[in-house]
Design a binder for this molecule. Structure first.
Ligand SMILES: Cc1cc2nc3c(=O)[nH]c(=O)nc-3n(C[C@H](O)[C@H](O)[C@H](O)COP(=O)(O)OP(=O)(O)OC[C@H]3O[C@@H](n4cnc5c(N)ncnc54)[C@H](O)[C@@H]3O)c2cc1C
Length: 401
């Protein structure tokens, strides 16, 4: 049996929650290692739209709670990190848009939604003069605003943090290559990680499950209740072709009827990621029906030239969150503590700093005087690749959808 490597914290999962926490803990002096089962920054993080929300969705639901105020401060936290003025240093992360457009159509429910949004947002959106409206919105929008929500490339966010910590991030086969040893008090005493003929035996003081959906099975592996997690499915739409760069939300009543973010794929083609209400109602539709519905919705809220010449794809993904009554979206990041195991769900990408702060608060003071971690022990172990965004992964695209 290999000699145990003493750690302060062993993290599972390199999505937004795991990577942000890893960066914070290492800067504070915790001896930390992160285990990833698939790709770096993967799961929901790379599939997300990357909008650094300041509370719009909570405002639309009329939730002006303390938590809604917490999220309102998050765009500032990120803005400083993205500018390299605060830690983690995210100055290498690509910012796809500095602001989002927010618009409503002439329908009553759309107008009403905007009244609610403007009343509740901490930073009121700025009304744009018609000359400054994006061309695609000129015909259908009744009013367009600018909202102080940056949009990042989730892939480059994952790459930025992963690059800074490659020496302590290991790719593991969680099913066949990881074993937990639980002591009499039900705490995780050792985590045995096998790689071919080689193995590491970690003795972590704390274990953090930050594995998104993977938290469910990890909790079962260490004898904890898995019914504390909920999944909320989405069916997202991708369009590529002659599309302008655009990020924004069309508001309708208490919903974002359409949320669009844009990027460029590896071949240099413009790509739109379309979510909001479309991705919620799309859960019960097959790809062809969802694309037809999306085209109708886009035609109703904006003008896109040659919409029928675009190529389309869809992808399904579940949001993994702490369970709530009625399965609603939680209004904050959630951290559960069971013995020496924390389970983390940030609820939103933008709440990753908050999730990290909650864990660190529970950990207390960083350890003093402990020897530094010897990372040479696993220097030839494989490192996970950085996850690819959905439009650069293996999805079937079609004009005919
Ligand atoms: C379509 C979509 C759009 C979204 N848009 C936004 C947005 O615009 N703004 C926003 O703020 N939020 C958004 N969100 C929410 C946001 O993406 C998530 O809240 C956040 O990314 C969750 O991060 P996470 O680290 O908890 O989990 P994940 O990002 O899911 O990462 C989990 C990681 O753990 C790994 N893993 C899984 N199982 C194991 C295991 N057993 N052992 C080790 N590793 C494991 C996975 O491979 C993955 O890398 C969106 C979500 C979705 C689905």
């Amino acid at each position: 049996m290999p000699e145990a490597i003493e750690l302060d914290v062993l993290i599972f999962g390199s999505g937004a929650a795991g990577l942000w926490l890893l960066d914070d803990l290492r800067r504070e002096g915790y001896r930390t290692v992160l285990l990833e089962a698939h790709a770096l920054g993967g799961g929901q993080t790379v599939a997300s739209q990357g909008i650094l929300h300041g509370g719009l969705k909570y405002t639309l639901r009329g939730l002006l709670t303390r938590s809604a105020k917490t999220i309102a401060d998050m765009p500032r936290v990120w803005r400083e990190c993205l500018a390299g003025q605060a830690t983690p240093d995210l100055s290498d992360t690509v910012v796809r848009a500095e602001q989002c457009f927010l618009w409503h159509t002439a329908s009553l429910s759309s107008r009403a939604g905007m009244v609610g949004a403007r009343a509740g947002l901490a930073a009121a959106p700025t009304k744009l003069p018609r000359d400054d409206w994006p061309e695609a919105l000129c015909e259908r929008a009744e009013q367009v605003y600018l909202l102080e929500e940056q949009v990042i490339s989730p892939r480059s966010f994952g790459a930025t943090l992963a690059d800074a910590h490659r020496d302590v991030i290991l790719k593991v086969d969680v099913d066949a290559g990881v074993e937990f040893e639980i002591d009499d008090r039900g705490e995780v005493r050792f985590v045995h990680v096998q790689r071919e003929e080689d193995a590491c035996r970690f003795s972590p003081h704390w274990v953090v499950f930050a594995a998104g959906q993977g938290n469910e099975s990890l909790r079962v592996r260490v004898g904890l209740d898995s019914a504390v997690m909920q999944r909320r499915p989405l069916h997202m739409v991708l369009a590529r072709g002659a599309l302008p760069a655009l990020s924004g939300h069309c508001i309708d009543a208490a919903h974002t009827r359409v949320t669009i973010t844009s990027d460029v794929d590896v071949a240099g083609r413009a790509v739109w990621q379309v979510g909001g209400q479309i991705a919620e109602v799309g859960v019960d539709m097959d790809p062809a029906a969802l694309v037809a519905h999306t085209k109708d919705e886009l035609r109703a809220v904006m003008t896109i030239d040659a919409i029928d010449d675009l190529q389309w794809a869809t992808y399904r993904i579940d949001r993994a969150e702490r369970v709530t009554r009625g399965g609603r979206r939680p209004d904050d990041a959630a951290v559960l503590c069971d013995g020496n195991v924390f389970t983390v769900w940030p609820t939103k990408l933008v709440l990753a700093p908050r999730a990290s702060a909650l864990v660190r608060q529970a950990l207390g003071q960083p350890p003093a005087g402990t020897p530094a971690l010897d990372t040479t022990r696993w220097c030839d172990w494989p490192r996970p690749d950085v996850a690819q965004p959905p439009w650069d992964s293996d999805l079937p695209w079609s004009n005919a959808l």
